[in-house]
Design a protein around this ligand. Structure first.
Ligand code: AMP
Length: 212
């Protein structure tokens, strides 16, 4: 199974992606997590990406496309994968189509989690992320068992710099201008599935696999 997860920042892609990947034994490829890992250990890629990430802008397409091209050939992806946060622009989607032809692969579906804008802002400002494994929590609706500590690995939870009010507004604008066109892109290919992203995490998960 190969999936693309579209959806605004804060729509719940990462949370649902983690559950899908666990249950179907496929690999979650989060471009945001990969970039943050590169920033953390000061790679050349991290240095190039950091200023865009800090302000909530997109990292230039070619940097992202080269990064994903390297990931998609990894043997651990043989059972399938879920692209979380990629593609985010039409040029990225077109580049992915070319990569898939070269790899002789097909994507099964592009999933969109639909969540109203005001809810997104609330979710992002309340989000805390594990420094070690990137699992995210909502301080009220999906809190860790012990405040400030990741349930999975005991890592420290922190608030991402781009999960603050100003970068959030900017990220949402970027989503509207650059990523929304992908909804039409995948709709026109008959690959789009829109899922109501409001409600309990488990209910949203069930909706993803309920045929309408
Ligand atoms: P995320 O964790 O998916 O919210 O991504 C965090 C940040 O990483 C974004 O605001 C962008 O700066 C950068 N980023 C992640 N994925 C992409 C992508 N596909 N294209 C461009 N920038 C990206």
């Amino acid at each position: 199974m190969r999936l693309i997860f579209l959806g605004a920042p804060g729509a719940g892609k990462g949370t649902q992606a983690e559950m899908i990947c666990r249950d179907f034994s496929i690999v979650q490829l989060s471009t945001g997590d990969t970039l943050r890992a590169n920033v953390r250990v000061h790679t050349e890629l991290g240095a190039k990406a950091k200023k865009y990430m800090d302000e909530g802008s997109l990292v230039p397409d070619q940097i992202i496309i080269d990064m994903i091209a390297g990931e998609l050939t990894k043997p651990e992806l043989a059972n399938g994968y879920l692209l979380d946060g990629f593609p985010r622009t039409v040029p990225q989607a077109e580049a992915l189509d070319t990569l898939l032809i070269d790899l002789n692969q097909k994507i099964d579906a592009a999933l969109v989690l639909d969540v109203p804008e005001e809810e997104l802002v609330g979710r992002l400002t309340a989000r805390r992320t594990c420094r070690t494994c990137s699992k995210s929590y909502h301080i009220i609706y999906n809190p860790p068992k012990v405040a400030g500590i990741c349930d999975l690995d005991g890592g420290e939870l922190y608030q991402r710099d781009d999960d603050k009010e100003e970068p959030i507004r900017h990220r949402l604008q970027v989503f509207h201008s650059k990523t929304m066109p992908l909804i039409e892109y995948y709709h026109s290919k008959g690959m789009l599935r829109t899922i109501d992203g409001m409600g309990k995490i488990e209910d949203i998960y069930k909706r993803i696999f309920t045929k309408k």
